[in-house]
Design a protein around this ligand. Structure first.
Ligand code: SAM
Length: 275
């Protein structure tokens, strides 16, 4: 029987707990300019800071859509900053966000009070078949057990003609196996294999864009700049600078690709005229 508290039905999730710790970090909030985003963002030489980069990342994903309308699900919505951004284009009553973490969901409710938020695992989506027009997932699918199971669930809950949009990070096989918050089953060799996995889940019209420079490298350079500024301003010690940088440098040899992805569930959109 389901408990009245959906979070109680989920086993303790170390990935959610790891992000919950970040939520409490003042340095993390300062880096994200109190925007509550939790992603690398999309950078070019005109990008002013992390908040703008994070907004541009959502914008880049929405650019794949032929129209920005209908019912949308923000999977692994973090603290609801991505969900709040969706309100620029979708009616809040049409937007749902889910996250494995109850703590983050409660923050998300404050960030986007007119949207619907639920505590839920992305690989077990408690929604009816064909109930969303768009499923968005920003920088989280590599955490799921498994990404492939999420693809199947996303396809099931999308209406025919609906779109899955995601940004995702591929690491080398050894890192998928070794790193604490990644899973070996999620190792994907390259874009062709990623496309095959989406097609196996039922998707068509798969588009993959290699955004490693704009997302991963852009973020990395900004993190390095930010922590040096904090150090020279006397905000952090030499040891803290070294600790923060080690965390970032550690990802350099492991990270292979940052992908922007769009895939359509085949079939005419609901209400489309018969051919
Ligand atoms: C890098 S953050 C991205 C958050 C948000 N999309 C953003 O861009 O600000 C990854 C998020 O995935 C969530 N998460 C991890 N595993 C999950 C799962 N199995 N189901 C739902 N959410 C999950 C974490 O709690 C975290 O909020």
């Amino acid at each position: 029987m389901k408990s009245p508290n959906p979070a109680a039905d989920l086993p303790a999730n170390p990935v959610g707990e790891r992000y919950d710790r970040m939520v409490d970090s003042p340095m993390h909030c300062r880096y994200y300019e109190d925007s509550d985003f939790l992603n690398y963002g999309y950078w070019d030489e005109t990008t002013a800071g992390q908040k703008e980069a994070s907004e541009r990342l959502v914008e880049k994903l929405l650019d794949f859509l032929p129209v920005r309308q209908g019912r949308v699900l923000d999977v692994a919505c973090g603290k609801g900053a991505t969900t709040r951004y969706l309100c620029r284009y979708f009616r809040p009553a049409q937007i749902t966000g889910i996250n494995i973490s109850e703590k983050q969901v409660s923050i998300a409710r404050r960030n986007a009070p007119d949207c619907d938020f639920r505590v839920m695992d992305a690989t077990r989506l408690d929604f009816a078949d064909a109930s969303f027009d768009v499923v968005l997932c920003v920088e989280a699918a590599f955490h799921f057990r498994t990404r492939q199971r999420f693809f199947h669930e996303a396809c099931r809950i999308l209406k025919p003609g609906g779109w899955l949009l995601l940004s995702d990070i591929l690491m080398c096989k050894e890192a998928e196996k070794r790193r604490r918050y990644r899973h070996e089953e999620n190792y994907v060799r390259d874009e062709s294999e990623y496309r095959r996995q989406l097609e196996a889940a039922g998707f068509a019209r798969v588009e993959l864009v290699d955004a490693t420079e704009a997302c991963w490298k852009g973020h990395f350079m900004n993190v390095v700049r930010f922590f040096h500024e904090q150090y020279f301003a006397g905000e952090i010690s030499r040891q803290q600078l070294a600790d923060h940088l080690r965390l970032s440098y550690d990802r350099v040899p492991d990270t292979e690709k940052y992908l922007l992805v769009a895939a359509m569930k085949p079939g005419p959109p609901a209400g489309a005229p018969e051919p």
